[in-house]
Write a protein that binds this ligand. Sequence first.
Ligand code: AMP
Length: 422
Amino acid sequence: MSIQIPRGTQDILPDEISIWQYIEEQARLVFKQFNYHEIRTPIFESTELFQRGVGDSTDIVQKEMYTFEDRGGRSLTLRPEGTASIVRSFVENKMFGLPNQPVKLGYIGPMFRYERPQSGRTRQFTQIGVEALGSNDPSIDAEVIALAMTLYHNLGLKNLKLVLNSLGDPESRQAYREALIEHFKPSINEFCSDCQKRLEQNPLRILDCKVDREHPAMKTAPSILDYLNSESRSYFDQVKKMLDDMGISYIIDPNLVRGLDYYNHTTFEIMGEGFGAITTLLGGGRYNGLVSELGGPEVPGVGFAFGVERLLLALQAENVMLPINETIDCFLVAIGEKAKEKSVPILFNLRNAGLSADKDYMDRKVKGQFKQADRLKAQFVATLGEEELEKNIINVKNMTTGEQEQIAINELEAYLQKHLQR
Ligand code: AMP
């Protein structure tokens, strides 16, 4: 029996890779524009990092982690998200002591969660995200949201909905927590077993439950916005005003609590078209307690992450055509043994000069070589026969216009450089 790819994972094949590379390029471009610097952390970390960082009561930690023991008896986990690792690295490398504050970081890489695979939900997926550590200024919350919107806009997405909420500071969150316990307690037996556990562990997460979404007590639940103290309210108002000033529209959803434990103040999601319905493309928020929770000083942070796979579904749903150039500059057609031999150094020179070029390796007839040039979308085809070789010339055809010219072999590179459309 042949071995198959593990459930919930996918190969990204060569004919799909340009889209991925384009998205990554656009992300790096926006990182640069907003002055975020890429960081790469390991794909596995100590299990404890996620238990403490992501939160013991979250679905991720309780049900979804790929945890294993290495040969040295250490418990390691394939990272289910990026923030905890980045905060670990921030603390370990004492980035809080750098003169350049806030520390603005971006990342691109695979994440792993043992979830039930379905469209838009896989066990290995790729997240692109940013984290800004060290600033309590509401303009940095607005900045990370603006960065996300800019990237999606640059990629050509139009049907986006930015959803915003505030979970307030720990004092507001605590007051709200108590109100939620009070509210849900009388009917908690009618809720799923997860929610029953959540009541004491993290009652905010009940609002996020997919199973009990329609329970009447959900609709009458108190709103966090009524529990924000004046500082938290003012912080949220400033973030909203800055988004207004940048012309970024949003809607407020007081039930947006997000699945991870570490959030406070601003939380946000960007919804878009996905697999037949509106879906969450991106999630983020402020996490002021996380750095100290992971052994660092009291340093605030804010960030987001989105999945590239879901972004691809949204681009598809909106029929966005990405400007991807899949052509090669020149294909060399050689006729006869001597010409074939000569085509090797000619090709080598073209490539060394920075051009993309290829030739036949399958002993194809002339017609077959031209077909191959077509398949590769070659902009030019250079044909070398015995006769041309004797005169040291080569026949060059512009495949877009159909024009042909004979030029000296040693002028081929300069000719292509002059006529290629970039
Ligand atoms: P989270 O880290 O749970 O806040 O998720 C942020 C984003 O990552 C989501 O909005 C998705 O775009 C993406 N994402 C999360 N989990 C998965 C998954 N299992 N498969 C594909 N994408 C995912």
